[in-house]
Design a protein around this ligand. Structure first.
Ligand SMILES: [Zn+2]
Ligand SMILES: [Zn+2]
Length: 337
């Protein structure tokens, strides 16, 4: 059967020959192409969504979907839009195939525009947006090295999370006399951090929330994680449940204290530590170094390295020197690091 249109060549599809069939090819293309990216973070707008991960690839994929051809043709490839171009036209070459047969490459021109708009995430950061606030406080509401270290840990955690999720960011960090307040873009980060810190050290966490407004038609709450760290300095004289101790230090499982009555170091389990039962007296035991002159049969003869004063204690001491806490003229062992 000959082609119903030209009547010359053999018909191959719906009564048309190969040539006349290609004449029916119609390509649907977008009226214009806009490439919108954020100058601050490089995110690209893909439809109504801002892509932060592989933004250019996702944008190109979305653009490709805007090109269509009629039956029995199919698009096999499209050259990518040259993003660096200053020109206002995108030159694209589209390759179309008819079923498993012939393939043709056709040049296309589409009006092209580039824009720079700050993305919603960057707007949030610069606008001091925050969903949660972490308050790092010490036991006595003053700054300590431990608080500085914990603050750095939080910043590092958020920085790592941001690689996967741009909504994770530190909006601001405010250093106060009594501690540090950190404002976070994502509620979950405050949540995760306060849980992690509780497993790593002795602290008290109080979570509170307040209505901050309406977001996407829903009530929007801000969360505050008040983390109070037990950062008492070793050697401090404390009261726990009314009993006086020398504070030796802490481990994730609890705190270690010296009972002043018998000089023994005991552990108080984390679960028993209620911050309201714990008080700092304000006094401190003095750490002093001694040279061990002699030690045997449970009796040690020591000399104070600074004052040369000699003392005898009823304990065995190994090694040639030892550090002890001195409190009210009594000497107590110091827990090893
Ligand atoms: Zn024909
Ligand atoms: Zn951005």
């Amino acid at each position: 059967m000959l082609c119903i249109k030209c009547g010359i060549r053999e018909a191959i599809h719906k009564g048309l020959c190969e040539n006349c069939l290609w004449d029916t090819l119609s390509i649907d293309k977008p009226g214009s192409i806009t490439f919108t990216n954020c100058p601050k973070c490089g995110a690209v707008k893909v439809g109504n969504y801002w892509a932060h991960h592989e933004p250019q690839e996702r944008w190109q994929k979305k653009i490709n979907e805007l090109f269509k051809v009629n039956e029995p043709f199919a698009i096999t490839s499209l050259t990518p839009v040259e993003l660096n171009k200053i020109e206002d036209t995108a030159y694209i070459r589209i390759t179309v195939r008819r079923e498993e047969a012939e393939e043709k490459t056709i040049p296309l021109e589409v009006p092209y525009r580039k824009e720079h708009i700050s993305c919603p995430t960057c707007n949030k950061v610069t606008g001091s947006y925050y969903e949660s606030k972490v308050q790092i406080r010490g036991f006595s509401e003053k700054m300590s090295e431990e608080l500085v270290r914990i603050h750095e840990e939080l910043l590092l955690m958020v920085e790592n999370n941001q690689k996967k999720d741009p909504e994770s960011f530190v909006s601001k960090s405010v250093q106060l006399r009594e501690g540090i307040d950190i404002y976070l873009g994502k509620k979950k980060d405050g949540d995760t951090f306060s849980r992690e810190i509780q497993s790593k050290t002795i602290c008290n966490v109080v979570v509170s929330s307040s209505l901050a407004g309406i977001k996407d038609g829903k009530q929007f709450f801000r969360f505050t994680y008040m983390i109070r760290i037990l950062d008492i300095e070793p050697g401090s004289i404390i009261f726990f449940d009314g009993v006086k101790y020398i504070y030796q230090g802490k481990r994730p499982g609890g705190i270690f204290v010296t009972d002043l009555k018998d000089g023994k170091i005991i552990q108080i389990n984390k679960r028993l530590i209620d911050f309201d039962k714990l008080k700092e007296s304000g006094e401190k035991a003095i750490r002093e170094r001694f040279i061990v002159l002699d030690s045997h049969n449970g009796e040690a003869s020591l000399m104070n390295e600074r004052t040369y004063e000699q003392i005898i204690l009823t304990m065995d001491i190994e090694g040639s020197q030892v550090d002890l806490f001195n409190y009210e003229e009594n000497y107590y062992r110091i827990m090893g690091e």
